[in-house]
Design a protein around this ligand. Structure first.
Ligand code: FES
Length: 167
């Protein structure tokens, strides 16, 4: 019988092979576990819908009572202003038609109603361009009253005729 002298310790030949086998088994088991785990993770990510959730383009802005005649109320986070006049109510986009900055309301000016802080475009009360680089008027969006009496603005539909909702 031949004895191995490994690092000063004397071992039998079978003991050394057993240690290698055990090591190879652990490496194989770990590699398999990592592989299966990776596949499971990727499968889970594949099954989850890869979509970008955006807010609905049609949204309620409230009851008519919160928009008194003569008011111009900005709907925060939506880039829309609700304007109520004697002959109806409408929704104006506050997104500048030049490069998309949000325009600001101009108070107490008979001609200018909106001004863009980015490059200085100005717009009249119905959204018409008065000056600056903006190429088009501010669009109006479709508005309607739903079955609960709430006013709804649909920013996916441009009101090309600029008709007011008569309420
Ligand atoms: S983005 Fe409004 S003028 Fe340029």
């Amino acid at each position: 019988m031949e004895l191995n002298n490994c690092g000063g310790a004397t071992t039998m030949p079978g003991e050394l092979d057993e240690g290698r086998r055990s090591f190879v088994k652990k490496v194989t088991a770990t590699t398999l576990a990592l592989g299966v785990g990776g596949i499971a993770l990727q499968t889970g990510r594949f099954l989850k819908p890869n979509v970008l959730y955006e807010p609905a383009r049609a949204f309620k802005v409230g009851d008519l009572s919160i928009f008194p005649i003569g008011s111009r109320i900005v709907i925060e986070g939506r880039g829309v202003e609700i304007v109520r006049e004697r002959d109806g109510i409408h929704a104006v986009s506050l997104t500048c038609t030049h490069l998309g900055c949000l325009v600001k309301q101009v108070e107490n000016d008979p001609d200018v109603a909106y001004a863009c802080p980015c490059h200085g475009s100005t717009f009249a009360h119905k959204g018409e361009v008065l000056g600056g680089p903006a190429p088009k008027d501010l669009p109006w969006f479709e508005m309607y009253m739903d079955h609960t009496g709430a006013l709804v603005v649909d920013t996916s539909k441009v009101n090309r005729e600029r008709t007011k909702l008569v309420v």
